[in-house]
Each structure stands twice: as structure tokens, then as C-alpha cells.
Design a protein around this ligand. Structure first.
Ligand SMILES: [Zn+2]
Length: 400
């Protein structure tokens, strides 16, 4: 689905060379690409142009700024880039939790979210008719000449950026990535390159994610064993929530209740061709489901003993919470069950990418960079933390 990404041209930009500049500062590790004298923020604000590798908020600092943006079609759809700004408030951010009744409501099963769903579709979980979100008026430009975008395998629409450098050869910048297949997208292809800029969120050699199929089997077993209970599945609204909806659809044969931003992103996935089934909290089907042991996918920050207690009191049924995240391998989480289903590469995948790409040099960002670099060096990879680069090492002239 990313084949079209490489066909765009940016001749109008007058590209003559590209420079990669590492900036270590208040924003943390970040990259700025210099192209024909123009600065391109790589998932950061501050450039004259902005590249957004994917729709997670820690990569979208440039939203709302003056810089035109380039990214994949799906990322633009999820983020609402290039659309007229909406005047109307959706109200979703003001609702604490869509599964709970309002404080003054006598109705125990009350959907509370005002969704942007046409009335005709509210009887059904088919919401493919939802219009794309419209949030940002920023211009979106074609992918500049000399740059290719390939899937990063992280969330739908995520990309890695590739360009040729006179000084560093072929350069790949991964953004967030993973090589493993997910339920809604394939893992990233390994791009052969000479210099690799890679994220290392889970770059600790002690962290090794189990095969996804094993994690999904564990999730299915737990879900079926506790099917008499209301189940609240926590996952970040963009990416993980859609993996959870797909899991619930395909492994459990059920349809979860999903509201707010996660439902909007589910709709974007559907527009991109990923078949997801969910119920809007204020639909008649959701109300019916809430009379029994329903399942819901929600942001992890909403998972709390307080919410579980309130829901249990309202629905007079046991309530269990589960969280799908790579952090399940790293720390204790305050939920009934935690599963290490991650959208990031672990150390093994990073090592695999470094070796199979043929990169002569690997530069690490977005993690414990020096620790990961040392571990890669021990494995025979010429790796360094991005903050160790000298300014004169950072110029990657392309096309001169
Ligand atoms: Zn991400």
C-alpha cells in the first residue's frame, strides 16, 4: 500500500542537496534535514518544511505550525492534515469515559459520547461513511525529490525515510518501527543503506518481545477464561487500539465498544482498507451489549481501579482491565493483566535491521542511545548515539 509513496516528486522545491543535522537540545534527540538550504524537521517542529513519520503525538510537533508537511496519505488522513479546520467541538475530550453514566443521569446504561457519526449508521457498527477528521489547515506537499518513504511497520501509515548522501551514501531514517507483522499491517521492510538512523525505544538487550502469535494466544486465553466479566482493554488510541479491535474481532469473534479518538482512528483504518468492527458507545447495539459482559477498547489512562469499581457498581458485574504494551516486559502495570504486544522493535530487531541493511554506520535516537549503541557495538555493529555526532559529521549532501 506504500508503493505510491515513492512516486511523488518535488521538483518544484529545487532540490540540489540534502543535509542531515542532529540537534540535541531541549526537545531531546531530533533530526533536521537540510535540503537546498531549507530545513526539514524530521518529526519535529522548527524546520521550514516538516516530515511526519507517523501519527503519534510525540512525532507531530510540527502540527499547527507554519511549515508545510509531507507524510504518507494514511498519516495525513489520521491527522486531518490539509483539511479546513472544524468550527464545531466534537465534545469527546470533555467526556471522562463513554461507558459511564453522567453524574445526574438515572439511566444505568448511558452512552455519553457525542460522536461524529451520521444518524443512519448508528444502528450499525459499519462506520465507513464517517468523513475524515478535519483539523489542520497546513499545506501538504509532495514527497521531495531524492527522498523515498517506505512502511515502518509501526502503525498504519507509518513510514521510514530514505535518501542518498554523497558523504554517507544511502541513508535510512526509521522513525518508530518494527519488523514483526501486526494484525493490521505488515512489518517494515529492511532498507539496504550505508547509514541508518534508528529509534531504540526498546533498545535494551534485556528486552526481547515474544512472538506476536504467542502474545495473542495468551490474550485470547485470558479473555475467554474471564468472559463472564466486563473487559476493558487498554491501548493507545492510535495504532494499538486498532490492533486490539482486530484481535477482539478475529480471535474472540466479538465487537468491542470504542469511542472518542480511538474510534476516529478506527474509521481512518477502515478508509485505508483495514476491516475493523466496533460499536459506537451511543449506538443501540452498544446499549444492548452493555446489558451483558461487554468488551471495550479505551485509552490506558482511563484504566483505573476507580473506573472498574464504578462500572462494576453500575453494571452489577465483575470488571477486569487488560493492557497491551511493550512496557509489560519492563514494569509492573496497575491492571488485572498486561500483555507485551508492542508496536516497536526490540533489540533483536534493531540488530537484525542493522546487519541485514548492510549499514556501515548506525546512529541511535529516541531511547537510551548510548547504552543501546554499546550493546550493538558488542555485537559487531558500528553504532553510536546521535548526541555523539559532531556538527561537521552531520552534513549529508545529496545530489551535488
Ligand atoms: Zn510511534
Amino acid at each position: 500500500m506504500f508503493n505510491n509513496l515513492c512516486s511523488c516528486s518535488g521538483r518544484e522545491l529545487g532540490v540540489s542537496y540534502i543535509s542531515f543535522v542532529a540537534v540535541a537540545g531541549a526537545m531531546g534527540d531530533s533530526l533536521v534535514v537540510r535540503m537546498a538550504g531549507r530545513r526539514i524537521g524530521m518529526d519535529v517542529a522548527g524546520g521550514e518544511l516538516a516530515y511526519i513519520s507517523h501519527a503519534h503525538s510525540d512525532h507531530t510537533q510540527a502540527l499547527g505550525g507554519p511549515a508545510p508537511i509531507f507524510c504518507s496519505d494514511i498519516t495525513a488522513d489520521i491527522l486531518g492534515i490539509g483539511k479546513a479546520e472544524e468550527k464545531e467541538e466534537s465534545g469527546q475530550e470533555k467526556i471522562e469515559n463513554p461507558l459511564l453514566p453522567k453524574a445526574d443521569s438515572p439511566v444505568p446504561l448511558l452512552p455519553a459520547v457525542k460522536e461524529k457519526i451520521p444518524r443512519r449508521s448508528r444502528k450499525s457498527h459499519s462506520v465507513s461513511s464517517i468523513e475524515p477528521p478535519a483539523k489542520w489547515q497546513q499545506a501538504r506537499i509532495p514527497i521531495p525529490e531524492g527522498i523515498e518513504l517506505h512502511s515502518a511497520g509501526h502503525i498504519l501509515g507509518s513510514t521510514q525515510l530514505v535518501g542518498m548522501s554523497e558523504q554517507y551514501g544511502r541513508v535510512a531514517y526509521t522513525g518508530d518501527f518494527k519488523l514483526r507483522d501486526g494484525l493490521t499491517l505488515k512489518g517494515a521492510p529492511i532498507i539496504s543503506c550505508d547509514t541508518l538512523f534508528a529509534e531504540c525505544t526498546y533498545g535494551d538487550p534485556a528486552v526481547a518481545f515474544p512472538p506476536p502469535e504467542n502474545v495473542l494466544e495468551d490474550m485470547e486465553r485470558w479473555a475467554r477464561q474471564n468472559r463472564e466479566a466486563i473487559q476493558l482493554w487498554g491501548g493507545y488510541s492510535t495504532g494499538k487500539a486498532q490492533e486490539l479491535v482486530k484481535f477482539i474481532n478475529e480471535y474472540l469473534g466479538e465487537t468491542p465498544i470504542v469511542g472518542g479518538k480511538a474510534a476516529e482512528v478506527c474509521a481512518a483504518y477502515r478508509r485505508a482498507g483495514v476491516n475493523l468492527q466496533w460499536l459506537a458507545p451511543d449506538s443501540a447495539e452498544a446499549q444492548e451489549a452493555m446489558r451483558g459482559a461487554f468488551l471495550s477498547v479505551m485509552p490506558p489512562h482511563q484504566l483505573s481501579p476507580l473506573l472498574a469499581g464504578r462500572l462494576a457498581a453500575v453494571h452489577r458485574r465483575k470488571v477486569l482491565s487488560a493492557f497491551a504494551t511493550g512496557w509489560a516486559l519492563v514494569r509492573q502495570l496497575p491492571v488485572h493483566a498486561a500483555f507485551p504486544l508492542s508496536d516497536h522493535a526490540d533489540f533483536g530487531e534493531l540488530l537484525q535491521y542493522a546487519k541485514e541493511s548492510g549499514a556501515k554506520r548506525v546512529i541511535l535516537a529516541h531511547g537510551d542511545n548510548e547504552k543501546t549503541a554499546a550493546a550493538l557495538r558488542a555485537a559487531g555493529v558500528n553504532a553510536q548515539a546521535i548526541e555523539s555526532l559532531e556538527p561537521q559529521q552531520m552534513i549529508l549532501k545529496i545530489g551535488e
